[in-house]
Design a protein around this ligand. Structure first.
Ligand code: UDP
Ligand code: MG
Length: 311
C-alpha cells in the first residue's frame, strides 16, 4: 500500500488544530486505499499546540509529531518535516486552514497520473489587504525576471511532493532557506491546480511586513547574484561618466583657466557617489552574510522529541 504523509508546520495554532484535524479526517476517509500519516511539526509553540497534538495522537494512530527545540520559522519546520516524513508522497499544508484539505484527493489523483510536484495555485486571496496582494505580485514579477528559474506566482507551500522531490529537497541543506524557490529549482514534473484561498480560520498570522521584506531579500539573494552584477554595472557606468567629466574639466581648465567655484556640483557628486558606494557595499554585504551563515555548517534544527521519544 502506498503511503501519503500530510506535513503540517504549526506554531501557536491551538485555536485551529482540532478544526483542522476534523477536516483532514474527513478528507482522508476518501483516501482509504492509502496508508496515511499526519505529521505535525511543532515549531516551538508557546501555547497548547503540543498538548493538543498529543491528545489527538492518543485518539488516532495515524498522527505523529516532531517537536522542535525552539521556534525556527516555517522554512526550517518544513525541512524538519520532510526529514521525518515516511510517505511515498508528502503533502505540505498550513495549519490555519487557509489551504483547504479538500484539495488533497485531487492532488493525489494528479500524482497517480505521473506528476511529481502538484502545487495549488490561489485563484484569489480572500482576507488579505490590497497592499499585501500588490507587494506580493510585484515581488514575484521581479524575482522571475532576476533569477532564471520559473517561480510560481500565487503559490504557497501547499503542494504534494513525490518521494523523489522530497529526497531532492532534503539534499538542499542551506540554513537560510527559501523553500518556494527550491521547489522550482529541483525541477521534476510539475502540475498546477487552482483553488480559492480562504482567510485564516482562527488565530493570527505570524507574518508582518518586516518579515515579508526579509523573505523577499532572502528569495532574491538565495537564487540570483544579479544584484551583484547590477552594482558592478552601475559602478562601471558611473566611472565612465566620471572619466568623461574629468576630461571635460581638464580641457576646460587648460583652455579657460579656473576661477574656484563649483561648491554645488562637488557636493552633488560626492553625495551621489557616496550613496552608490553604500548601496553596492550593502549588496555585497548581503551576500557575505549568506556566505558567513552557510560556512558555519550548523545543523538546521534540533528536535526535542519525536512521537514522545526524546532525541
Ligand atoms: N509557522 C511555523 N513557524 C513559524 C511561523 C509559522 O511553523 O515560525 C506555520 C504556521 O503555524 C502555519 C504556517 O506556518 O501552519 C503558515 O503561517 P501563517 O498562517 O502565519 O502564514 P501566512 O498564511 O500568513 O502566510
Ligand atoms: Mg496562514
Amino acid at each position: 500500500m502506498k503511503k501519503i504523509s500530510i506535513l503540517i508546520p504549526a506554531y501557536n495554532e491551538e485555536d485551529v488544530l482540532e478544526k483542522l484535524y476534523a477536516r483532514l479526517d474527513q478528507v482522508l476517509d476518501q483516501l482509504h486505499q492509502y496508508d496515511t500519516e499526519i505529521l505535525f511539526i511543532n515549531d516551538g509553540s508557546k501555547d497548547k499546540t503540543l498538548e493538543i497534538i498529543k491528545t489527538l495522537q492518543r485518539k488516532d494512530s495515524r498522527i505523529s509529531y516532531v517537536d522542535l527545540s525552539r521556534n525556527y520559522g516555517k522554512e526550517i519546520a518544513m525541512i524538519a518535516g520532510l526529514d521525518y516524513s515516511t510517505g511515498d508522497a508528502v503533502v505540505i499544508i498550513d495549519a490555519d486552514l487557509q489551504d483547504p484539505p479538500e484539495l488533497i484527493p485531487q492532488m493525489v489523483r494528479c500524482w497517480e497520473s505521473g506528476y511529481d510536484d502538484v502545487y495549488a495555485k490561489r485563484r484569489n486571496r480572500l482576507g488579505e489587504t490590497w497592499v499585501k496582494k500588490y507587494t506580493s505580485s510585484t515581488f514575484y514579477k521581479m524575482l522571475k525576471k532576476l533569477s532564471r528559474i520559473p517561480i510560481q506566482e500565487d503559490t504557497g507551500d501547499f503542494r504534494l511532493l513525490d518521494r523523489r522531490c522530497v529526497e531532492a529537497l532534503k539534499q538542499l541543506r542551506e540554513t537560510q532557506r527559501y523553500t518556494k524557490g527550491m521547489f522550482s529549482w529541483i525541477g521534476f514534473n510539475k502540475k498546477e491546480i487552482l483553488f480559492d484561498r480562504d482567510p485564516r480560520a482562527a488565530g493570527q498570522t505570524k507574518w508582518n511586513y518586516l518579515k515579508l521584506l526579509d523573505l523577499a531579500i532572502e528569495g532574491i539573494t538565495s537564487f540570483t547574484t544579479i544584484p551583484l552584477r547590477f552594482s558592478s554595472l552601475l559602478g562601471s557606468l558611473i566611472s565612465l561618466f566620471a572619466f568623461v567629466y574629468m576630461m571635460v574639466i581638464i580641457v576646460k581648465t587648460i583652455a579657460y583657466g579656473e576661477r574656484v567655484q563649483g561648491y554645488p556640483s562637488l557636493m552633488v557628486i560626492i553625495l551621489f557617489l557616496g550613496g552608490i558606494q553604500l548601496l553596492s557595499l550593502g549588496i555585497i554585504g548581503e551576500y557575505i552574510g549568506r556566505i558567513f551563515n552557510e560556512t558555519k555548517r550548523r545543523p538546521l534544527y534540533f528536535v526535542d522529541e519525536y512521537n514522545g521519544r526524546k532525541i
